[in-house]
Design a protein around this ligand. Structure first.
Ligand SMILES: Nc1ncnc2c1ncn2[C@@H]1O[C@H](COP(=O)(O)OP(=O)(O)O)[C@@H](O)[C@H]1O
Ligand SMILES: [Mg+2]
Length: 262
C-alpha cells in the first residue's frame, strides 16, 4: 500500500542551520498494516509523516501509495487519500462550524458532493449513528459549534472525520499526547476499533513505548533521521521495554527519554 524508497530530506540546505531530517528512509507497508513509530525527539518521525502527506517534498527518493508515485504530488491532491491527526486537538476541526457541518465537510470530500457545508437529512442519521459510537453523547449535539467541545471530544471527532470516508492511509502524530490519561485511552480504543473494522493502513507516532509495542502489528524505531529497527511478529511479541532499551542504546547510540518509558 505504501512504500518509501531511500528518502532524504534536508531542512535549510547549504546554510548554518542545515539539518538532515530524513537520512535514507525506506519502508514497505502492506494494506492493513498498523505501524507504530517511536524514537527520541528530533529523530525525524514527524518529518517522515510530513513527507508522506506532502507537507515537505523529499530531496530524493520515491514514495508510492497504492501503486501511484506521489513523491512530488502537491499536498492538497493527496489529502483525499489520507486521514491525518496531530497532537493538537484544535488542528483537525473548524471551531466556528457545528459538529454536523464539520462531518459534512469530510464526508463530502470523499463522495464528490463538493465542498458544500449543507447537511442532507439522510446524512444526518448516518452522522448520529457514527457519533454515538464515540460514547461521548455528541450524537445529540449535532448543531453544537465544535469550538465548545473539550480537547478529547474534538480529537475523537477529528478521528471520525479522518476516517468517515475510508482513507488509503491514516497518519497519527502523537494524537493522544495532549489528552488526559482517561480521554487518551478512549481515543486510543476508538482508533484501534476504527482501524481494525476498516482495515486501514495506519502509521502512528507515539512517545509511549508500551502503547507502541501493544498497538498495531509492527513497530518502527527511528533515530537521527533513519529507521534503526523494525519489529514485527514473534520478535515484537517477545519484546519488553528493558530489551528494547538495551537494543536501542546499542543500535542507535541513543537512549530513550523518561517521557517515553513512563
Ligand atoms: N520545518 C522545519 N524547519 C527546520 N527544521 C525542522 C523542521 N521540522 C523539523 N525540523 C528538524 O528536523 C529534525 C526532525 O524533526 P521531527 O521530524 O519533527 O522530529 P520528531 O517528530 O521525531 O521529534 C529535528 O532536528 C527538527 O528540529
Ligand atoms: Mg514529532
Amino acid at each position: 500500500m505504501l512504500s518509501l524508497e531511500n528518502i532524504y530530506l534536508t531542512f535549510n540546505p547549504n546554510t548554518a542551520n542545515e539539518k538532515v531530517a530524513l537520512n535514507g528512509v525506506s519502508l514497505n507497508l502492506e494494506k492493513g498494516d498498523f505501524v507504530t513509530i517511536i524514537g527520541s525527539n528530533g529523530a525525524g518521525k514527524s518529518t517522515m509523516l510530513n513527507a508522506i502527506a506532502g507537507t515537505f517534498i523529499p530531496d530524493s527518493g520515491k514514495i508510492t501509495l497504492d501503486g501511484v508515485n506521489i513523491t512530488n504530488m502537491p499536498n492538497h491532491k493527496r489529502a483525499k487519500y489520507m486521514g491525518r491527526l496531530f497532537q493538537d486537538p484544535l488542528k483537525g476541526t473548524a471551531p466556528n462550524m457545528t459538529i454536523e457541518e464539520n462531518l459534512a465537510l469530510s464526508y463530502g470530500r470523499g463522495t464528490r458532493r463538493g465542498f458544500g457545508i449543507g447537511v442532507r437529512k439522510s446524512d444526518e442519521k448516518f452522522y448520529k449513528e457514527t457519533l454515538s459510537r464515540l460514547g461521548l453523547g455528541l450524537e445529540d449535539r449535532l448543531k453544537t459549534k465544535v469550538g465548545l467541545l473539550s480537547g478529547g471530544q474534538r480529537q475523537a471527532l477529528t478521528l471520525l472525520m479522518a476516517t468517515i470516508v475510508t482513507p488509503k492511509l491514516l497518519l497519527l502524530d502523537e494524537h493522544t499526547a495532549a489528552l488526559d490519561p482517561v480521554t487518551a485511552k478512549k481515543v486510543m480504543d476508538l482508533t484501534n476499533s476504527i482501524v481494525k473494522e476498516n482495515n486501514i493502513t495506519t502509521m502512528m507516532v507515539t512517545h509511549n513505548i508500551s502503547d507502541a509495542l501493544t498497538t498495531g502489528n509492527k513497530t518502527i524505531v527511528m533515530s537521527g533521521g533513519k529507521i534503526v529497527m523494525v519489529l514485527s511478529g514473534e520478535e515484537r511479541k517477545g519484546m519488553t521495554l528493558e530489551k528494547l532499551m538495551k537494543l536501542y542504546s546499542d543500535t542507535a547510540n541513543d537512549s530513550f527519554t523518561d517521557k517515553m518509558i513512563l
